[in-house]
Design a protein around this ligand. Structure first.
Ligand code: DC
Length: 225
């Protein structure tokens, strides 16, 4: 970081199943910074579009929904869609299946990036996680991290997470879903998932959660006043 800054902007990007959300939440707690899970915002708009049965190729209908939709996250990362708590529902199978195609639509990205930048501007320092935070939302971030792990390990973590919630899926199903999301997220034209040249890449495959958090917090703390 060029100038020492008490209110750092921190970007954490990476594919599904790298532990980004849990890690980011803990980093924000330890550094007392605001946390924003941008994936939750893409999930919330996906839920809205599914409920309204919007044809994704209908630009006018899409724009209309985007104008009418207010997405809010509180400090506990509970997600509100026009005031309704949808925290649980956005993690369900229907949204899981559609969120990547929705997130590939430029009109949707434009609106959500605008909201994310506004949240960053109002915050006194923020840790924001997603796919395009360093490349698009906060290219001026003070710290940029890119979390990665092998496909097999990411699928194993996702399977366990679902299993702990009582959702029983086969290993093959989870692997296929992650592969499909990786492919759409990294091949789309608009802001694909990518690691920027100045990001610190952390391969979390054989690291536990605490080690990843420590590495990030230590890197940032070393540079804070
Ligand atoms: O992190 P997640 O699995 O909750 O993200 C859900 C989807 O949203 C994922 O398939 C990619 C997309 N996404 C995105 O395109 N850009 C972001 N900044 C965050 C998520």
């Amino acid at each position: 970081m060029s100038q020492k800054n008490n209110y750092p902007k921190i970007a954490i990007d990476g594919p599904a199943g790298t532990g980004k959300s849990t890690v980011t939440r803990e980093v924000s707690r330890r550094l007392r910074l605001k946390y924003l899970d941008t994936g939750a915002m893409y999930r919330a708009i996906t839920l809205k579009l599914l409920r309204e049965k919007v044809d994704l190729s209908d630009d006018q209908a899409l724009e209309d929904i985007l104008q009418r939709t207010v997405i809010k996250l509180n400090d506990k990362q509970e997600v509100f869609l026009n005031g309704e708590d949808v925290t649980e529902e956005i993690r369900g199978a229907a949204v899981n299946k559609m969120v990547s195609p929705v997130a590939a639509i430029s009109r949707v990205r434009r609106r959500l990036v605008e909201m994310q930048r506004a949240i960053a501007a109002e915050s006194g320092g923020i840790v924001m996680e997603g796919r395009d935070i360093a490349s698009k939302v906060m290219p001026d971030a003070d710290f940029k991290f890119y979390l990665d792990a092998t496909l097999a390990e990411r699928a194993r973590r996702r399977w366990k997470e679902q299993n702990d919630k009582g959702i029983i899926l086969s290993g093959e199903e989870v692997m296929a879903e992650i592969k499909n999301r990786d492919s759409i997220d990294s091949k789309r034209d608009d802001s694909p998932l990518t690691s920027v040249f100045d990001a610190i890449v952390i391969d979390t495959t054989s690291m536990d959660f605490e080690a990843v958090v420590d590495k990030i917090v230590d890197t940032i703390s070393a540079d804070l006043p």
